[in-house]
Design a protein around this ligand. Structure first.
Ligand SMILES: [Zn+2]
Length: 115
């Protein structure tokens, strides 16, 4: 996957109270619900993306595998076979407080994982 934007800059002092950037996507289940039209050709699974803090950001006129993090608002696109959502998130946005393990209000899913 490729990072579309880099919003958290390395080495910069950031105000932690500004996070999560997208509070209404704090819940993993809420994120999961955004994947109803996730492209079937994508090699990565909605459950794994939602668990890594990502929700689907579709485009009206074309199918795109673009996702965004509820915490850092970083976007990832062009998922490839073998990509791990958590690892790709950490590589593209290493300063994300969710990735760093801070309490940013994430609400994990209570639903059993489906495979
Ligand atoms: Zn993030």
């Amino acid at each position: 996957a490729e990072a579309m934007e880099f919003r958290l800059r390395t080495g910069e002092v950031v105000d932690e109270s500004l996070y999560p950037k997208i509070p209404h996507m704090k819940s993993e289940d809420a994120r999961l619900r955004t994947f109803s039209n996730w492209p079937s050709w994508s090699p990565v699974q909605p459950h794994d993306l939602a668990q890594a803090g990502m929700f689907y950001v579709p485009e009206a006129d074309r199918q795109i595998d673009r996702v965004q993090c509820f915490c850092c608002a970083g976007m990832l696109v062009s998922w490839e076979e073998g990509d791990d959502p958590w690892q790709e998130h950490a590589r593209a946005y290493p300063n994300c407080f969710f990735i760093l393990g801070h309490d940013v209000g994430n609400i994990p899913s209570e639903q059993p994982r489906q495979r």
